[in-house]
Design a protein around this ligand. Structure first.
Ligand code: MG
Length: 166
């Protein structure tokens, strides 16, 4: 894993904000394991974690994380303007911009990522269940899709055994 001194402000902040919002890299690695264990019987958690970490080195991913979390936080504080405040706060199902932002992450590693994303978004295992718990008083309208997308992207990366992909 990259040492902190080598990260720039955007990467460092994106990683910090995820932790602040209750998502550890290990939680995303669990999702990758969930998605890939049947295809790679020798899969280790370390490999899953490494692929998640690599996905997070991408600027497109960092940008999506910062943007999504910013909207979640502002919605949680009631600081967006209407009608957007209500749409994001209630995670209105027809909104869809959260998913579009997440697709910018899935996209990076090709079409196999979309299958993984759809699958995990439907089942909502692990951390995704926590993020979708509407009774928590937290707003994770964007972050749940982003986390699912990072897991899907890391899975694709792993599936391609993409040693040639950075
Ligand atoms: Mg959402």
């Amino acid at each position: 894993m990259k040492s902190e001194e080598k990260m720039d402000l955007v990467e460092k902040t994106a990683r910090e904000w995820m932790v602040k919002r209750g998502v550890k890299l290990e939680d995303i690695a669990d999702l990758v394991y969930f998605l890939q264990e049947k295809y790679h019987p020798d899969l280790t958690m370390e490999e899953c974690l490494d692929n998640v970490d690599r996905v997070l080195t991408k600027r497109e991913v960092q940008n999506a994380v910062l943007t999504g979390i910013q909207f979640d936080v502002l919605a949680e504080k009631g600081q967006l303007e209407e009608p957007l405040q209500n749409i994001i706060e209630t995670d209105e199902s027809l909104y869809g911009v959260d998913e579009i932002l997440a697709f910018s992450i899935v996209n990076i590693y090709g079409s196999i990522g979309f299958t993984n994303y759809g699958y995990i978004d439907k089942l909502k295992p692990g951390i995704l269940q926590y993020l979708n718990d509407k009774s928590s008083g937290k707003c994770h309208t964007f972050l749940d899709d982003i986390v699912g997308a990072i897991a899907a992207a890391a899975s694709s990366r792993l599936a391609h055994r993409a040693r040639d992909v950075e």
